[in-house]
Design a binder for this molecule. Structure first.
Ligand code: RM4
Ligand code: MN
Ligand code: MN
Length: 433
């Protein structure tokens, strides 16, 4: 038997939650007492966790691949409309992913109106639009082999600019308010590109895009250390990104993709610096072991994820004005069901956030001021090692989402139904998505 239930039916979720309610209640009440002993009221934490949201990358719901191979999974979405359906499943189960971040031209459709209507029906909104000038598209006049916004040829730069302007238009039609700019431009050999002029050409091109931003829009500049340019990337680090944002104007911000740094780089420190500069615009969350691995958030180093959220919660606690970074996932799922990975990752983000909310900040400040190193570290660790699972589950339950999202998903048979309804295309492909 294949047809079970649509996981998006309120009745289905309710039926899944019913047998799990009592245990959750008991665990939540026990945690309430644990936290009360630390003078923490559990309710505001649960409410804050309930308000946490992260955008799903449209490209994340398909099976990813490497440059060696891609092993497609069953029932992959074949269009942006089908991607939306999967995103709504993720949101129904997790209660934490109300928006989708599109990538153009991968998500191009002639029916933008229809897409907006369907998104409304599914109660989904659109987060930042991502442009793509790191690949050539069919019938495109100029190639990006040697760069896009920083290409030596003005005509190529112009083509890349125009693509970004189109992305803004598409985003406007859908209700987005940000454009994420990541380019692969750079060099594979010393001497290939004039390092100073490459950056100058970037600033010149980005200024044209910046000038076309609608008043309520933000430009999110994403840095990445390497790949596809293996010797030097034009926007390789947060310094270049910050310089670009500051020279473009107040609507330009820096986007931190966790995987875009050398191993062991202190990303929470970068976050703190960007908060200080008032230029932290958003995140692409993922985890990594060696490079831009795009592994599931929190799957390798949950402590680092916690420390990043710790900086965000601390900045909010200090009432840093104007801080509202976009949260987006950016992952590649090569060996798991993408829906399961994205649900799990959204949950891991709420976990890191909840743990960060438990940090006793007044006490931490005291230990820092007294140079009580051990107790300062212990204060963070105490929050990190608290099992906040019942808070996350209660926050989901309060929103009508699933107490056990993966259990409910598997029970629904959604993937099996997709496998029947979405026969795989008979092509072999490798690549990033
Ligand atoms: C890049 C970067 C961008 C993403 C592409 C697919 O490494 O993370 O954000 O759009 O990959
Ligand atoms: Mn990214
Ligand atoms: Mn990346």
């Amino acid at each position: 038997m294949i047809t079970k239930s649509d996981p998006r039916d309120a009745e289905f979720i309710e039926a899944q939650n019913a047998p799990r309610r009592d245990a959750l209640h008991a665990d939540y009440e026990a945690l309430r007492m644990v936290l009360a002993r630390r003078r923490i009221d559990i309710e505001p934490v649960t409410q804050a966790v309930g308000r946490f949201a992260v955008a799903i990358p449209s490209w994340g719901v398909g099976t990813g691949g490497t440059r060696f191979a891609r092993f497609p999974g069953p029932g992959e979405p074949r269009s942006v409309f089908e991607k939306l359906e999967d995103c709504s499943v993720i949101h129904t189960l997790s209660g934490a992913t109300p928006t989708v971040s599109l990538h153009l031209p991968w998500d191009r459709t002639d029916d933008l109106k229809g897409l907006k209507v369907r998104a409304n029906e599914l109660k989904l909104g659109f987060d930042a639009v991502n442009s793509n000038t790191f690949q050539d598209q069919l019938r495109q006049p100029f190639s990006y082999k040697y760069g896009s916004l920083t290409h030596t040829d003005k005509a190529v730069r112009q083509q890349a600019i125009v693509h970004n302007l189109e992305c803004i238009q598409v985003g406007q039609a859908l209700g987005s308010t940000a454009l994420t700019l990541w380019i692969g431009d750079g060099a594979n050999f010393p001497g290939q590109q004039h390092l100073a002029r490459g950056f100058e050409r970037y600033l010149e091109s980005a200024a044209v895009i910046y000038a076309a931003l609608p008043p309520d829009w933000r430009l999110l500049i994403e840095h990445k250390m390497y790949e596809p340019a293996f010797y030097a990337t034009v926007i390789q680090d947060w310094g270049s990104s910050l310089m670009a944002a500051q020279s473009l104007g107040p609507k330009a911000f820096c986007l931190v993709d966790l995987g875009h740094h050398a191993p062991n780089v202190n990303i929470e420190m970068i976050v703190a610096r960007l908060v200080h500069a008032r230029r932290l615009g958003g995140f692409h969350f993922n985890d990594s072991m060696y490079g831009d691995d795009d592994l599931d958030s929190g799957s390798i180093d949950p402590f680092r994820l916690f420390l990043i959220f710790n900086e965000l919660v601390d900045a909010a606690w200090r009432k840093v004005p104007g801080l509202s970074p976009s949260h987006m996932l950016d992952q590649s799922h090569n060996v798991t069901d993408p829906i399961e990975s994205l649900v799990t990752s959204a949950v891991e983000l709420t976990r890191a956030y909840a743990q960060a909310l438990l940090v006793d900040r007044a006490l931490l400040s005291e230990h820092q001021d007294n140079n009580d190193v051990l107790m300062a570290a212990q204060t963070l660790k105490q929050a990190f090692t608290t099992d906040v699972g019942p808070i996350l589950a209660r926050a989901r339950l309060n929103k009508g989402a699933a107490i056990d999202p993966i259990g409910a998903y598997r029970e629904s048979g959604y993937r099996l139904r997709c496998a029947l309804a979405r026969p795989a295309a008979l092509t072999r492909s490798s690549g990033i998505v």
